[in-house]
Design a binder for this molecule. Sequence first.
Ligand SMILES: [Zn+2]
Length: 363
Amino acid sequence: MSKIVFVLGAGASVHSGTPLMNNFLEIAQDLLRRGEVEEVKADFENVFEAVGKLHAAQSKAIIDTYNIEDVYAAFEMGKLLGRLPGIEELDQIDGLISSIKKVIGFTLEKTMMLPTKAEINGPVQYDSFVDIINTLLSQKVECSIITFNYDLGLDYSLYKRKIIPNYGLEDVRIGVKAIPYLKLHGSINWGRCNNNSCRKVVAYRNFGVTEYQNDLGYSILPMISKLRKMKCPFCNNELDKDPFIVPPTWNKTAFHEQIDIIWKKAAIELKDSEQIIIIGYSFPPTDMFFRYLFALGVDLKTILKGFYVYNPDPEVEGRFRNLLSSGIEQRFHFYNVSFENAIGQGPFLMGTNIETIQSILNV
Ligand SMILES: [Zn+2]
């Protein structure tokens, strides 16, 4: 439905301070050591203990125990299979899943460098990205964002510009300017209603009044504690205690009813897209969902005019080339650069011929 679809991965958020998937647990451990997550200390310890057992139990490193998505996926699969090395009781696995959501949520919350009150908008590169979005929306160009990220860097920048992210949840209130913004793995500002006859997923949206400044000079959005105080707008019940985030595995069964509506909307956005621009998403071989979302959702033959991938990891090029059918090579462009360079910022890279997002879209 959208002419331009942006697809964002963790590499797009890294400039705002959040960890990548493969150093996430390391950063989380630093937070624990520095005493910055006292309120959820037991959850952090619980996860690290289980990760240690998982690591020790593998004769070969099939599961990357340094990668948060792999670990989260292993916990979910452990629940499905009723087995996780070193964990005796199934109830304990449930506890672990709840703990890892807190680890993800609090780590993102504590590391995201939002500007102080004196400054205006969001994290600097997201801010420039929102400039592009703003221009496209003003020109009435249909565009949308699909993201694998749980964090709120872009959400924050959009709200600061009074552009409402339309998450595709039922609680959406469309403002004057809104953009479909589909978070395929959930978000740390989403919570699920605790009432069994409701169970709707709703979003906390009051971004403007939730900041305070930390010692390092940037603002913090204490989203999880805000979410815990929020009531369901449909039935006025409490929400689940943990944010609504889902692991990147095939086993989305536990989340299926709530998340499949978002995936369906993503497929609709991709269906008639003319330009697909992928930033900081490294398309891990295990992400079969995206493979199918793309294969079933995109009309490669007739409608797609350009497929652009920006990623500092050169290996990513091959993964996307394998995904695309022959005949669209002319339309496929891979740029071995970061988000910063994609939006025309950062050091000029000698000898490279990068088309910035602005030049692709004429904005
Ligand atoms: Zn409810």
